[in-house]
Ligand binder design. Structure first.
Ligand code: PGA
Ligand code: ZN
Length: 429
């Protein structure tokens, strides 16, 4: 039996992401005439256990990064499997996709092909029901706008800066609404630019739109941010706090950590933990993500025991949005929050399951973009739908980053007096 939400056709094409690398755009059309498009992001500091992004490996095209094989399979075997299925049955569609792939890490069809279809089908179902995506996914209760975490200084694998730490984020904890939070962050971002100019430092930006200046070390970056917060007329800590993502896997070497890019030098696990302790004592840091390498579970456990009541400890590469790893981390008390990236696991349903598992353990979740992005803002609606309360999408610069924040500004207006906004870090104050 066909209904207006029955899938009629699928299509895909190879487009380019914000790094100029190929990615997938998927189109889904339903029998009732509704249709939707979704585009897939791509990481640079990817976790070893992420679902597999399928690339053509043809060195003659885009250095091997083409996705024409994935395009062919969306149009062919995936379309054949999904034609006639009800797009509103998201779990059923995602199950079909996983079964058709048949591997534990989505390596046959590719997590990029599978996620593109899963997102586009979800969006088409929302269109068929005439509801905005966040309301379709989250129901009438979906009204919490997230605390935005804006990555204003880029290091690590995201920039050729002198910073080992990959991301330094502004967290406008004192704001009373999402739009006020964005204003505080954008004004501080402008203040950082002014300070850099005055010091003859580069104002070129990294992959996520944050500045990538040649600073002496990671603490000089923290000092610069505090100075900019004050210059913009805000109080460090009270109005705007700081979150960092060291993405420590990227500077892990032989069981230790090499922060020589910023002259800190080599540290063992204990030394790195002590460094974070000093930073947390000295700077208004409320959240540290991937402070240790993805295979250094003991590092995460030690940090959560030592600092977990003072700051949020987020697992990204460690957990890869996978309920198996999140479950282990809950049992071992390895973090108290998870980063949530749709393309780390590869379907909308499995991402929802990851968020729900975190919630059941009293963990926080931060929904995240990837360093390679498109202007698709699915994750903004997803964040509101999940009531996640935190989202990171880079700095207030570069269209593919602003697409997410601007979508949330629009949702805030649409929700009107129903829109809620909370400081998820209040418990650490
Ligand atoms: P990625 O970085 O998208 O390059 O993996 C984002 C992050 O580490 O949080
Ligand atoms: Zn990360």
């Amino acid at each position: 039996m066909t209904t207006p939400s029955t899938i009629r056709s699928l299509d895909a094409l190879e487009i380019l992401d914000s790094r100029g690398h190929p990615t997938l755009e998927v189109h889904v059309t339903l029998d009732g005439g509704a249709s939707a498009t979704a585009a897939v992001p791509s990481g640079a500091s990817t976790g070893a256990n992420e679902a597999v992004e399928r690339r053509d490996r043809d060195p003659m095209r885009y250095g091997g990064l083409g996705v024409l094989g994935a395009v062919t399979d969306v149009r062919g075997q995936i379309a054949d499997a999904l034609r006639g299925q009800d797009a509103i049955d998201r779990a059923g569609i995602d199950r079909t996709l996983c079964a058709l792939d048949g591997t534990p890490n989505k390596s046959r069809l590719g997590a990029n092909a599978i996620l593109g279809v899963s997102m586009a089908a979800t969006r088409a179902a929302a269109a068929a029901t005439g509801r905005p995506l966040y309301a379709h996914l989250g129901g009438d209760a979906a009204s919490l706008l997230p605390m935005p975490c804006l990555n204003v200084l880029n290091g690590g694998r995201h920039a050729d800066s002198s910073l080992d730490v990959q991301e330094f984020m502004l967290v406008p904890v004192g704001a009373s609404t999402f739009s006020r939070a964005m204003r505080a962050a954008a004004e501080t971002y402008a203040a950082i630019r002014e300070i850099l100019r005055a010091r003859d430092l580069s104002t070129a930006v990294g992959d996520e739109g944050g500045f990538a200046p040649a600073l002496d070390d990671n603490e000089a970056a923290l000092a610069l941010i505090v100075e900019a917060i004050e210059r913009a007329g805000y109080r460090p800590g009270e109005d705007i706090a700081i979150a960092i993502d060291p993405a420590a896997t990227s500077f892990a070497v032989d069981g230790g950590y090499d922060l020589s890019r910023s002259r800190t030098g080599r540290l063992d696990r204990i030394g790195l933990l002590a460094l974070y302790d000093r930073w947390v004592g000295r700077w208004p840091i409320v959240s540290i993500e991937d402070g240790f390498a993805e295979d250094d579970w003991n590092g995460f456990v030690a940090q959560t025991a030592a600092q977990g009541d003072r700051i949020q400890i987020v697992g990204d590469d460690l957990l890869v949005t996978n309920t198996r790893f999140i479950g282990d981390a809950i049992a071992r008390k390895a973090c108290n929050a998870a980063l949530i990236k749709l393309n780390q696991i590869g379907t909308v349903s499995e991402t929802v399951a990851a968020v729900e598992l975190c919630r059941s353990a009293g963990w926080a979740t931060m929904v995240s973009h990837r360093s390679g992005e498109t202007t698709d803002a699915f994750m903004a609606d997803f964040t509101v739908a999940m009531g996640s309360g935190q989202m990171k999408a880079g700095s207030p610069c570069r269209g593919e980053r602003l697409a997410k924040y601007n979508r949330l500004l629009a949702i805030e207006v649409e929700l009107g007096s129903r829109a809620r906004f909370e400081n998820p870090f209040k418990k650490y104050a």
